[in-house]
Design a protein around this ligand. Structure first.
Ligand code: ADE
Length: 297
C-alpha cells in the first residue's frame, strides 16, 4: 500500500519508521512518504493559510496550495490557467458534492487501483473499525492534514467532482491542534488489518469492534495466577475451553452493557445464541425483536 501524507509538520511522521509500521515498510508491505505542504507554495513566506471569508477567528488553509500539491500526488495534470483562475460561480456549478464511497456499504474491491483522499476533520463523521477494514484494502491512501481553523471546504468538494474517492473523518468528539495525530491514529488502525502486517493475525479476529456483532473485548490476564493477592478468574485456569469461551463472551456482553450500551442495541438478535440471550436478559435487555432493547429505561 502506498501512503502519502501532506502536512506542514512532515517530521511528525518519522515515528512511522518505528515498531510494526517500520517493519511493514522494511518488508515492502507499506511505502509511507510524508510531504511538506509548504513545498508547493510560491511566496517568500511559504504561506499556506489566509483569513476566513465572512470573518471569524483563526486562519483557513488556502485551496491553491493544496490543489497544486494534491494534483501532483494524484498524478492529475494541472488545470489550464483559464480553469485554475475561473470565477467561483462557474467552478461551484461544476462541483458534484455526492459521496462516491458509501461508508454504509464498504466494498473493498472498489478501492483497489484508485487513490483514496482522506482529510481528518473534527466536524466529519466518526472514523470506525468498519472504515479501517475497508481502507485496509486500498492500494493508495493520500492524507491531507489540516491545521489552524481547517482547510477551505472547496478542496474536498473539488476532488470529489473530479471523481476522486474523498473521505473526511473525525477520530473523536474533541478538537486537536491539527490533523497529524488523527492521521497517525487512522493509519495505525488501517495498516494493522493488512494481510501480513501482524505477526499473529488471529489476535485481530478476537478484538473489540471487529465483525458484525461488535462488542468490547473481554479482559485479559497473564501469569502469575496470583499477583499481589489478586487471583485471575478461576475458570481461566480450568483448561475447559467451552467454559473459558462462555466466561469471556459473558464478560464482553457485561462490559459492553456497562460501557457502550449502544453497541448492544446494534446487535442482531438472530446472531445471539441461547446463552447470550440469557446473559442479556439478566442484564435487563429484551432480546425477542430484531435488536436488543433495554427494559428499565
Ligand atoms: N482535527 C482536529 N481535531 C480532529 C479530530 N477530532 N478528528 C480528526 N481531525 C481533527
Amino acid at each position: 500500500m502506498k501512503i502519502d501524507i501532506v502536512s506542514v509538520f512532515p517530521e511528525y511522521f518519522e515515528v512511522m519508521n518505528l515498531s510494526l509500521m517500520g517493519k511493514a515498510q522494511a518488508k515492502g508491505l507499506l511505502e509511507i512518504k510524508a510531504h511538506n505542504l509548504r513545498d508547493w507554495t510560491h511566496d517568500v513566506h511559504h504561506s499556506v493559510d489566509d483569513t476566513p471569508v465572512g470573518g471569524g477567528a483563526g486562519m483557513v488553509m488556502k485551496p491553491e496550495v493544496w490543489s497544486e500539491c494534491l494534483d501532483e500526488l494524484l498524478g492529475f495534470s494541472r488545470p489550464s490557467a483559464a480553469t485554475a483562475n475561473t470565477d467561483t460561480e462557474t467552478a461551484t456549478d461544476a462541483v458534484d458534492t455526492s459521496d462516491p464511497g458509501d461508508p454504509a456499504a464498504p466494498n473493498s474491491s472498489a478501492l483497489s487501483g484508485t487513490p483514496v483522499l482522506i482529510f481528518p476533520n473534527p466536524s466529519a463523521p466518526l472514523f470506525t473499525q468498519r472504515d479501517a477494514t475497508e481502507l485496509s484494502h486500498a492500494d493508495h491512501l493520500l492524507f491531507g492534514c489540516g491545521r489552524y481553523e481547517g482547510y477551505d471546504a472547496r478542496i474536498p468538494d473539488y476532488y470529489r467532482s473530479q471523481g476522486v474517492d474523498v473521505r473526511e473523518y473525525s477520530i473523536g468528539d474533541y478538537v486537536l491542534n491539527g490533523g497529524e495525530v488523527a492521521v497517525s491514529v487512522m493509519l495505525e488502525a488501517i495498516t494493522r488489518l493488512m494481510p501480513g502486517f501482524m505477526g499473529n493475525p488471529d489476535s485481530i479476529v478476537e478484538e473489540s469492534y471487529t465483525g458484525e456483532g461488535a462488542l468490547l473485548e473481554h479482559r485479559q490476564y497473564t501469569k502469575p495466577a496470583v499477583w499481589r493477592g489478586i487471583s485471575v478468574p478461576e475458570v481461566l485456569l480450568s483448561g475447559n475451553h467451552g467454559k473459558v469461551d462462555r466466561f469471556r463472551r459473558d464478560e464482553a456482553l457485561t462490559r459492553t452493557n456497562e460501557i457502550r450500551p449502544d453497541l448492544i442495541e446494534a446487535l442482531d438478535c438472530k446472531a445471539l445464541d441461547k446463552a447470550d440471550r440469557k446473559t442479556l436478559m439478566a442484564l435487563g435487555w429484551e432480546v425477542s425483536a430484531t435488536h436488543p432493547r433495554k427494559l428499565d429505561r
